[in-house]
Each structure stands twice: as structure tokens, then as C-alpha cells.
Design a binder for this molecule. Structure first.
Ligand code: NAD
Ligand code: TYD
Length: 353
């Protein structure tokens, strides 16, 4: 038996592949284009593991995807591959439409053809699990109820619009063609192996380098934070027991304003890696806000709890401590991802703020 994972060299996909193979011997066929966000070093523990087959390629390559499905006969596809960073989507939305919309379309077409050719139990049990985000629901006011699965789609950034479009395609491929899909909409993830362009790893990496900690706007935008291995366990649970055609929100029950996140990171670094120059909080710097910056995301994760019995295992206190410790323990991983392309991105996004 095998599953195909797309985007399995990225942050969540690599955590998922490592986690999956720590629990099961079922083969993972990992299709990833290795964009700036893909990192084979993260998958190094699987380099000589016959249960892991890495294929460098684009999800938009229909012939490649078709061949991969025909060769490996997976029972499921877990689709992580995406352009995932809101700030990059503001600077260059084209790649988001190409990968998130066109790429998901191509994958769905390949899955439809493959599933159409299956028979018996293999056909009944096949699943296409699409990994999406809470950002498709738009922005909440301070007192609004958290997002449920029936919240209207109101995406505001090129990233969330492209993910919303992909969710709609997935839905339509089920309703029109019967492809057995599952969709998960998750809140902000954090944990080991996250590329230091997103809030938490960027702040840790900058703090350790003595660089400013750039807070967009007033720092009071709220996100719900989920430890990445909890996201992985939620996806495994949906894959195992989710009802075909349904959507499941996955969240950490942990809403927090950005400033509070950054204070927590500074305090942990002060404890675990004190700097003689003083608290890392001294590096906090307010910068120009992100255009169209969504004010608040919050997930109502009661459906997955009620129907599938899933809840996150980590609290924010335990998850964030593990995360900070992981970045302290892996300076080489951090140094290696800070390539010339990374430095160009930092200059493009922060230089003019
Ligand atoms: P990431 O940016 O770290 O990784 C994305 C991976 O996809 C990379 O390895 C990249 O090489 C690969 N990729 C990009 N374009 C590709 C293409 N055309 N063909 C094949 N591979 C391609 O992203 P992530 O944070 O791991 O997110 C994974 C998924 O989870 C995404 O779909 C994202 O929308 C969703 N999600 C992320 C979060 C979060 O907080 N990070 C929250 C909710 C949902
Ligand atoms: P991010 O990690 O990019 O995730 P998303 O935008 O998908 O939620 O950002 C999380 C929050 O942190 C968001 O409100 C923007 C804010 N932020 C900063 O204040 N400074 C930064 O340098 C970054 C990258 C994000």
C-alpha cells in the first residue's frame, strides 16, 4: 500500500511524511517541485528508507502525475503542495494562481482518471485529501464567532483567494464526477522545519541574529495557532474516518495577538539563550502594515472533535517551547535555508517598510 503526498518537502508536508513513517510502514510517494520552500535536508532521515520515494516534479505536470499514480497505485493522495505565504502573494500573485489553482486542477484531473480506473475495494476506499486554510473564510471582527465549516468564503489576499479557488475545484470534482474528496481547513501552524519567512520562525531567527523583530501594524492581529504534529494527526484522522465530500476545520483552540506571540518568543529566548545585551524584547520594531491585513482568524474545531474524536495534544505553552528549542538546536538547518534567495526576499519585503 502507498499514499502520494504532494508538497512533502515543505514545512507541514515533511512533518507529515516523517510522522507517517514513524507510525506505519505504508510507503509515502512524495511529489515536490522543490521551490524555495522545499527542503530535502528536512527529509534526510528518510534518504535511505525504501518506504519513502521522493520525486522532484511539478503538480501541474499531468503526464508525470499520471505516471506516478499508475506506477505506485496509491490508496490516497494527500495534497499539501502550494505557494503558502501571504506576503509573497502580495508581491507576486501569479505563482499562487499557477500552483494553487492550476496545480490543484491538474492533480484532480489525474486523480479522477486514476480513480475511474480502479475497481472494487480500491475504488471504494480511495481518497483525495485537500489541505486548505482558515484564511479562505476571510477576516473576523473582535466579537464574531469562530469559523465553522459553513462560514461563507470571503478570501482577501491573493493567497487565500487561490486557496479558496482550489477548495471550490475540489468540491466540484466531488459533486460532478464523484471523486472521493476530503477537505481540511486549518489555522496557522508552527513547529520544527518552518521556513523563516512566517511569523514565528522569522522572529526566532531574527532575534538570534540580533536583528529587528518587525511587527506589522499595531501587532494586534489575531491568529489561531496549531502545533504542526497536531495538524498531522488531524489529517491522519480525517483520512481514516472522514465522510467523503465533507470539510473539517482543524484548529488549536489558541487565539493570540501577534504581539503576545512575539513577547512569548522573546521571554523563552531570554530563558533558554540569554543575551548579555538585554532582553530580546528590545528588538521589537513596528513596521508598515501588510496591505489588506486580515484582522482575526479563529477556528471552531468542534466538528472534527464531535465526529472524529480529534483534539490537539499540545498546548501553546508546550508547543512553542519545543519550537524555540528546536531552532536553538538546529542552527545548521537555519543557516542552510538562509540562501541568497532568502536574503533577496527579506530585502524585498522588509527593505521598504
Ligand atoms: P510550504 O510553503 O512550507 O511548502 C510547500 C511545498 O510545496 C514546498 O515543498 C514546495 O516545494 C512545494 N510546491 C510548491 N509549488 C509546487 C508545485 N507546483 N508542484 C509541486 N510542489 C510544489 O507550505 P506549508 O506551510 O507546509 O503548507 C502546506 C499546505 O498547508 C499548503 O497547502 C497550505 O496552504 C496549507 N496550510 C498551511 C498553513 C500554515 O500555517 N503553514 C495553515 C493552513 C493550511
Ligand atoms: P504569517 O506567519 O505570514 O501567517 P498568515 O499571514 O498566513 O497568518 O503571519 C502571521 C501574522 O504575523 C500575520 O498577522 C502577519 C504578522 N507578521 C508580522 O507582524 N511580521 C512579520 O514579519 C510577519 C512575517 C508576519
Amino acid at each position: 500500500m502507498a499514499i502520494v503526498v504532494t508538497g512533502g518537502a515543505g514545512f507541514i508536508g515533511s512533518n507529515f511524511a516523517l510522522d507517517w513513517l514513524a507510525r506505519s510502514d505504508e510507503r509515502v510517494v512524495n511529489l515536490d517541485a522543490l521551490t524555495y520552500a522545499g527542503n530535502l535536508q528536512t527529509l534526510a532521515p528518510l534518504a535511505n528508507d525504501p518506504r519513502h520515494v521522493f520525486v522532484q516534479g511539478d503538480i501541474r505536470d499531468r503526464a508525470l502525475v499520471g505516471r506516478l499514480l499508475a506506477d505506485h497505485r496509491p490508496r490516497s493522495i494527500v495534497h499539501f503542495a502550494a505557494e503558502s505565504h501571504v506576503d509573497r502573494s502580495i508581491h507576486g500573485p501569479g505563482a499562487f494562481v499557477r500552483t494553487n489553482v492550476e496545480g490543484t486542477f491538474t492533480l484532480l484531473e489525474a486523480a479522477r482518471a486514476y480513480w475511474g480506473g480502479l475497481e472494487g475495494d480500491a475504488k471504494r476506499d480511495f481518497r483525495f485529501l485537500h489541505v486548505s486554510t482558515d484564511e479562505v473564510y476571510g477576516s473576523l471582527g473582535k466579537d464574531d464567532a469562530p469559523f465553522t465549516e459553513t462560514h461563507p468564503y470571503e478570501p482577501n489576499s491573493p493567497y487565500s483567494a487561490s486557496k479558496a479557488a482550489s477548495d471550490h475545484l475540489v468540491r466540484a470534482w466531488h459533486h460532478t464526477y464523484g471523486v472521493p474528496v476530503l477537505t481540511t481547513n486549518c489555522s496557522n501552524n508552527y513547529g520544527p522545519y518552518q521556513f523563516p519567512e512566517k511569523l514565528i520562525p522569522l522572529m526566532i531567527v531574527n532575534a538570534l541574529a540580533g536583528k529587528p523583530l518587525p511587527i506589522y501594524g499595531d501587532g494586534m492581529n489575531v491568529r489561531d495557532w496549531l502545533y504542526v504534529t497536531d495538524h498531522c494527526s488531524g489529517i491522519r484522522r480525517v483520512l481514516e474516518a472522514g465522510t467523503v465530500g465533507e470539510t473539517y476545520n482543524i484548529g488549536g483552540w489558541n487565539e493570540m495577538p501577534n504581539l503576545q506571540i512575539v513577547h512569548t518568543l522573546c521571554d523563552l529566548l531570554d530563558e533558554l539563550h540569554p543575551n548579555p545585551a538585554g532582553s530580546y524584547r528590545r528588538l521589537i520594531t513596528y513596521v508598515k502594515d501588510r496591505p489588506g491585513h486580515d484582522r482575526r482568524y479563529a477556528i471552531d474545531a468542534r466538528k472534527i472533535e464531535r465526529e472524529l474524536g480529534w483534539r490537539p495534544a499540545e498546548s501553546f505553552a508546550t508547543g512553542i517551547r519545543k519550537t524555540v528549542q528546536w531552532y536553538l538546536d538546529h542552527p545548521q538547518w537555519v543557516a542552510d535555508v538562509q540562501s541568497g534567495a532568502y536574503r533577496e526576499w527579506v530585502a524585498a519585503n522588509y527593505g521598504a517598510r
